[in-house]
Write a protein that binds this ligand. Sequence first.
Ligand code: AMP
Ligand code: MG
Length: 404
Amino acid sequence: MIPLAEAQSFVLAACPPAEPVEVSFTEAFGLVLAADVIATETVPPFDNTAVDGYAVRAADVVDASTTPVRLEVVGEIAAGAGPGERILGAGEAIRIMTGAPIPPGADAVVMVEDTERIGDDAVLVSASVDPGSSVRPAGDDVVPGDVLFTAGALVTPAVLGVLATVNARVVSVHPKVSVAVLSTGDELVDDGRPLAPGEIRESNRRMLAAALSAAGCAVTDLGIVRDDEDELERVLRDAAASHDAVVTSGGVSMGDYDVVKAVLGRIAEMRWMQVAIKPAKPLAFGLLGGTPVFGLPGNPVSSLVSFEMFARPALRRMMGHQRLARPSVVAVADADLVRRPDGKTHLMRVTAFFGDDGRCHVAPVRAQGSHQLAATSTADAIAVVPDGDGVPAGADVAALLLLS
Ligand code: AMP
Ligand code: MG
């Protein structure tokens, strides 16, 4: 058996980041930037008001808090209008709306709550303001030359907003990775009909397709491929030729009908690994015509855990992500995490929650069998239980949070 970290490094090394492409910023959400984004515009582009109120000369209203000051209203500026030519004179005010440009001559804004309008032509100001008060200066957020994002940054909703703000209309990103997914097994049924003796319902491919989408990949579902070597060879060759990666489930262990093993062993450069983990010990990984192929085990929980530990980090690397693994915390075991020594790291599925002590706590889901997907589906973390006699309640254990 090989250690988990070694198997992970082996897989990652064969999955380098994909070549960057230029896309419209509108397409960039969820992708990773492949080049720095340098601002070429000023944000805000002009001095403007943060509040609805009156643009004034601060010097005119110095004593307004004690003795309200009457100013002549000489104009109005809405958001979207220009600042006008008129230079605000002594004793004058201009009605102004949030986001509108500060007119020349004015140096502060009194908010409307601190004023009382007197007819059409005058306003009574009852608060003093410092110069610059409620003024958002040009360049207060961004100035040309600012390095807004560096290569490797994820385009989040806020990043997308900034790209729009600074008019970065085309950005260089690592593209989505296209992944074909298929399951193998003559026992599998997915068309809703009653099961014949020996048949089971297919689950892995649906699960893996969803996990791939959640990881940001573009997924092609190739369905169930029968345990037939010729058919499987044809499907695998087509899939590898037209996708960035291929994920298969089933047929990689020691059974007589483990056709994935037979076919990939013949047509691809594969490494057959026995990883020192439970579940998901068998892993087939290699390149078919240069395309990474992940041969995940058929037991549903093993399939999911194998995806989490090997495929997801590798696909994230291909998409340019800097952080490949799930966020890891040191959690408190809320119940015994029971196991026996067997030379493997146990990846126990657990629920995670925050305790009154402010720490993350974990408790095992109701069953840990590699066929018990229903139990695993209630997990929101994977506890990494080292070889030995398990982790007693109250002790610390590392946990991978299945968040993002
Ligand atoms: P295999 O890896 O093909 O030997 O399969 C191991 C176990 O997982 C067997 O019990 C299979 O019936 C089951 N299995 C394999 N593929 C799937 C699948 N796509 N959906 C649900 N169960 C599966
Ligand atoms: Mg099988």
